[in-house]
Design a protein around this ligand. Structure first.
Ligand SMILES: Cc1ncc(C[n+]2csc(CCOP(=O)(O)OP(=O)(O)O)c2C)c(N)n1
Ligand SMILES: [Mg+2]
Length: 241
């Protein structure tokens, strides 16, 4: 929250924001303004894991729009060739900003897109938390076994616009409402918990606790100072020669 609101207490000292949030300590390497750039960068991180033999796996997330960038396929090729420990995760929410998948993509089943590189694909319901968890376990076991990358497609949806300047005129209200009513992952998780004998009261309690964590984080962020002017040029460029 502090990073999102540009505060000195943020994980990138308030200078990354949502777009360039980055923290070596948290092993979180972006947010990138260049759509799809995180895929080759993630492949490089996976190369480092393999080179160092530290047992790490890189998770590289990108959208259905980003999946049409050429650099993604260069990264797929090298990751498969060198059997790098990486899970490529396409979050297919149906739209690249405002462009529907079928208007911009020749192959709309993104899990198939690793086929040319012999990367196995997984077609996953991204609105089902347990299905995502189970799929991730399978993918991680495969990757940790030294078999090279996996490509996972998480089929999902975003209720809001791509950004604050997106009025979302490219889809109907009914479409959004239908997703909320019939496919909401949090409502489905709640139903799952109830079915497993967790009481309504306990769920309300969890909900309350989460709301208070979020509210406290937002308060902390809003009440934290912005970076000092003297920090304007620090941590912006690293010269390593
Ligand atoms: C190389 C590049 N081209 C275009 C843009 C502008 N742009 C920002 S987001 C976006 C669409 C990305 O679509 P998707 O990956 O599906 O993300 P979503 O809109 O679902 O968040 C585009 C074209 C950009 N940031 N970088
Ligand atoms: Mg998208």
């Amino acid at each position: 929250m502090a990073e999102l609101t540009g505060r000195a207490a943020g994980i990138s000292k308030g200078k990354g924001g949502s777009m360039h949030m980055f923290s070596v300590d948290h092993k979180f390497y972006g947010g990138h303004g260049i759509v799809g750039a995180q895929v080759p960068l993630g492949t490089g991180l996976a190369f480092a894991h393999k080179y160092r033999g530290d047992g790490g796996v890189c998770m590289a997330y990108f959208g259905d729009g980003a999946a049409n960038q050429g650099q993604v396929y260069e990264a797929f090729n090298m990751a498969a060739l060198w059997k790098l420990p990486i899970v490529f995760v396409v979050e297919n929410n149906g739209y690249a900003m405002g462009t529907a998948v079928k208007r911009g993509s020749a192959e709309t089943e993104f899990y198939r897109r690793g086929t040319a590189f012999r990367i196995p694909g997984m077609d996953v319901n991204g609105m089902d938390v347990l299905e995502v968890r189970a799929a991730a376990e399978i993918a991680l076991e495969y990757v940790r076994g030294g078999n090279g990358p996996v490509l996972m497609e998480l089929n999902t949806y975003r209720y809001r616009g791509h950004s604050m300047s997106d009025p979302a005129k490219y889809r109907s209200r009914e479409e959004v409402q239908e997703m909320r009513d019939k496919h909401d992952p949090i409502e489905a998780a709640k139903a799952e918990l109830l079915a497993r004998g967790i009481t309504e009261d306990r769920i309300k309690d969890i909900d309350k606790r989460i709301r208070s964590i979020v509210a406290e984080s937002a308060d902390f962020a809003e009440n934290s100072p912005e970076p000092a002017m003297s920090e304007l040029y620090t941590d912006v460029l690293v010269e390593s020669y």
